[in-house]
Write a protein that binds this ligand. Structure first.
Ligand code: GDP
Length: 195
């Protein structure tokens, strides 16, 4: 197991409350309901540790988890929840953009998609924005267990064709069954400075 211990550190609602810089960080982003909390729980190896979202679109905080006492996993608020009030969306943007732009220790962002849908405008906006900032992106395609092999292949092909070239090939996973999690963990651990 890559992550041997983890502790919840803080939920940040305002940029001024970010924890001190100094440790490397991996952030996790995705549309509400894409399985971001489930993926984090898988990587951490503890069911239910990252609270499975209860009011999607309303959770406006950046949640910091300290892993192996040496790096942060940062759970970014999910986007694209249709019923979220307009001012909530604005707050989301200000908080997330401020974080992504300024955070020195941020190594890269894991961007999660659902295998059943091609990336939409909001996903694309995030990819291009991260690219513009020069941030490393890992695209992770979740919920692979929902489809049988032929359909899975067809969907993956379609998603890959929709992705901008700079994102590279997506990682296929299932946060539910654990498919692809080990490979993804290994890859992410290599992106961190040697611990
Ligand atoms: P979040 O809003 O992105 O944090 O998504 P959650 O982790 O709360 O997951 C949303 C829903 O999708 C929950 O009902 C999860 O049980 C389900 N889910 C998450 N990942 C998977 C997966 O890989 N396969 C399946 N079948 N369901 C999943």
């Amino acid at each position: 197991m890559w992550i041997k211990n983890v502790e919840f550190v803080t939920s940040v609602f305002h940029l001024k409350d970010l924890p001190d810089e100094g440790l490397p960080e991996l952030a996790f982003a995705g549309r509400s309901n894409v399985g971001k909390s489930s993926l984090l729980n898988r990587l951490i190896g503890r069911k239910g540790f990252v609270k499975v979202s209860q009011r999607p679109g309303y959770t406006q905080s950046l949640n910091f988890f300290l892993a192996n006492k040496s790096f942060y996993l940062v759970d970014l608020p999910g986007y694209g929840f249709a019923r979220a009030p307009k001012n909530a969306k604005k707050r989301w943007q200000k908080l997330v953009e401020g974080y992504l732009e300024k955070r020195k220790g941020l190594i890269g962002v894991v961007c999660i998609l659902d295998i059943r849908r091609d990336p939409d405008q909001l996903d694309m906006d995030l990819f291009y924005y991260l690219h513009y900032l020069g941030r490393q992106i890992w695209v992770v395609v979740n919920k692979a267990d929902k489809l049988g092999q032929p359909k899975r292949y067809a969907r993956l092909k379609s998603i890959t064709q929709s992705l901008p070239q700079f994102t590279g090939r997506p990682w296929v996973i299932s946060a539910k069954t654990g498919l692809g999690i080990q490979e993804l963990s290994q890859h992410l651990s290599k992106a961190l400075p040697t611990q």
